[in-house]
Every structure is written in C-alpha cells, then in structure tokens.
Design a protein around this ligand. Structure first.
Ligand code: AHG
Ligand code: MN
Ligand code: MN
Length: 327
C-alpha cells in the first residue's frame, strides 16, 4: 500500500537533513498534539453544550468551559511543560505569559490565537488555531513584550490548524508550505499537500460585504475592481484560517480592511498583528502570494504592542500589487 508520510516520519526526516531544526521539530510535534486535542474537543462542542446545559457539567463530570478559554489553557499549559518557550503571547492573555523556570533554557517565543473564528462554534462551522514562533532575542529580558515585536519576516515557524470537515495542520519554516490531514481514527496526520503554491488566477475575494459601506474610498474601489472587472466570486467563512486556507488552494484574496462604523472618519482595523496577520501573511508569501496593510508588506511590520490591530489584505501577489497602486 502506498501511504503518504505521517507528520512524525516527515519530522524525523527533516531532523536528519537539518539537525539545526531540532527545536522546531519538537515544537511542530507538540503543536500537532494540541491540534488533535482541540479537534477532538470541537467535535464534541455541540454535545458538551447540550449536556452542560442541564447541570453545568459535561458527561465526564467536568465543568463546561468556553471553548476559547479551553483552547487557551491547553496551549498555555501544554506548551509551558515542553520547556521550548521562554515566553508566550495569546489573544486571550492581556500580557506576556512568563514561563519562569519552565522556560529557562528555551530558545523560542510563541504567539497564538488559540481559537480563531470562535463565533463559528455556536453554529458548527470552521474554526482554527494560529501560531507564530520567533527566536528569543538574547539582548532583551526573556519575558519582555518586545520579544514579540519582531518583523513577521523573522518568524522561524508559522502555521495554523483548521478544524473543519477534516482537521489539517498547515505550516512553514521557510522552505514552502506543508499541509497534513488528520486521520481521526488513527490519530495520525498524513502529508496531503507539499510546497503549496497559490494558483495564478485570483478567483475569489473573501470579505464581509456588510462592511462595504464602512470602508475607505480606496478599499471600496478595490472591492469594486474584484467584483466588476475580475468578476471574482465572493466567499466568506468569517474565520480567517478557513478563508485563507481556501484561497491558498483556489486562488483568492482575503480582505479585512479598517472600517469607520461610527462615521466619524476614524478607520479601525480588526485583526491582530502578532498572532493573526504575521503568521497568515508568512504562509501566503511562502506560497507565492503577498500581503499588505495598505502600505507595506505585513511581514515588514514589527509592531509596538501585543494586541495591536492592522488592516489585512492577503492573497495573490498581482492582486495585492494592484491594490497598492489604487489611491
Ligand atoms: P477571533 O475569533 O480569534 O476573535 O477571530 C475572528 C476574526 C477572524 O478570524 C475573522 O476572519 C474575522 O474575525 C471576521 O470578522 P467579521 O465577522 O467582522 O467579518
Ligand atoms: Mn482570530
Ligand atoms: Mn481567537
């Protein structure tokens, strides 16, 4: 029987040809375990709600926890015990999570969005987990938040887990994008796509059309170009992991521009730079795509606060280039 390699086989092979990646190989293996646990949990999310509604405990007599919280605690506690991280940042944590003694020999820091698209959980649609790994900067204190203000280009590992009809882990450490699909029965990830490249033609734009009226004139012109000139289809899951995953495979652009919802001329972005924009932009650029906040590549922005928000445009390179020329 001709089976594709499992993630473990792939990682062992990587280690043989790139022994210097030993830390990242261990990290990938731990992130895959987290992906399996969250996958298992999200599959039971509806059930946990039903069982939990009666007496606030689930079938195993545990407190029913909000899934964002569950995923955050899992990432935090599981990754802490691996000893691979000197510090962590998470959408669900106000400040840097200090690893203390557990991270005293660690060489990396990690930022994550434990559950992306969490509003989709209530309606049984796709969600994800996003991760961004950087080298520890030795000149700064280990838990200094500036550890996370490195340009996206300096990430040494970025990726996501997509929990959908199948669970997939997609990642890059700088030599292309790899996708592994989980066989739920075996509990193994198998290689499903390697060296993923975004197709040449942008067929899709992913944008919350309800926000069109709140966009800047420039962003509106861009959407009109995609609709009327390129005649793209509009597809929007409202979980950037799922929307960008589809676009990487089919060709498309994901747009979450700044909006002025109060009509006061104040345009506010929604997505967070350090654990949403940087890792997703890194994957897109590794797949031959491009990204921008409207001015520069998202990978050239270092950032100056942990939960800083940025406008996000990620997709086919020629389309991002076209957008940058609009004024
Ligand atoms: P999160 O659940 O981590 O807060 O992220 C939700 C984000 C993102 O994944 C998604 O693309 C976007 O919010 C959707 O926003 P709108 O529904 O406002 O379009
Ligand atoms: Mn998110
Ligand atoms: Mn989230």
């Amino acid at each position: 029987m001709n089976l594709p390699p499992t993630l473990s086989q792939f990682l062992i092979k990587e280690l043989t040809s790139h022994p210097e990646r030993d830390g990242l190989v261990a990290i990938m293996s731990d992130l895959a375990t987290i992906g399996k646990i969250i996958s298992n949990h999200t599959n039971r999310a509806g059930l946990a709600g039903i069982l939990g509604a009666a007496n606030k405990t689930n079938v195993q007599d545990e407190q029913v926890q909000k899934l964002d919280e569950f995923c955050n605690d899992l990432c935090k506690n599981y990754l802490r015990q691996t000893g691979n991280f000197a510090a962590m940042a998470s959408e669900e944590e106000d400040g840097v999570v200090d690893m203390g003694e557990d991270g005293k020999d660690a060489k990396y820091v990690i930022a994550f969005d434990p559950l992306d698209g969490s509003a989709n959980i209530d309606v049984n649609l796709s969600v994800g987990t996003i991760f961004s790994v950087n080298k520890l900067l030795p000149e700064l204190a280990r838990n200094d938040e500036r550890q996370f203000f490195q340009p996206g280009r300096d990430q040494v590992l970025a990726g996501y887990v997509l929990y959908s009809a199948s669970t997939m882990i997609v990642f890059s450490w700088g030599n292309g994008v790899y996708e592994f699909t989980l066989d739920q029965g075996l509990g193994e990830f198998f290689l499903s796509r390697e060296k993923m490249m975004i197709p040449d033609v942008c067929k899709i734009y992913s944008f919350n059309e309800g926000n069109f009226k709140y966009l800047s004139g420039r962003d509106q012109k861009f959407i009109e170009y995609l609709r009327n000139e390129l005649k793209c289809d509009c597809r929007y899951v409202s979980a950037m992991v799922a929307d960008i995953h589809r676009n990487l495979i089919k060709g498309g652009v994901f747009i979450l521009g700044a909006t002025d919802k109060k009509g006061m001329g104040e345009f506010k972005p929604k997505l967070r730079l350090n654990y949403e924009a940087k890792p997703m932009a890194y994957l897109a650029e590794q797949a031959g795509g491009a990204s921008t906040d409207g001015e520069v590549s998202l990978l050239d922005i270092a950032g100056e606060s942990l939960h800083q928000r940025v406008p996000v445009f990620i997709g086919n390179k020629d389309i991002i280039d076209h957008y940058l020329k609009i004024n």
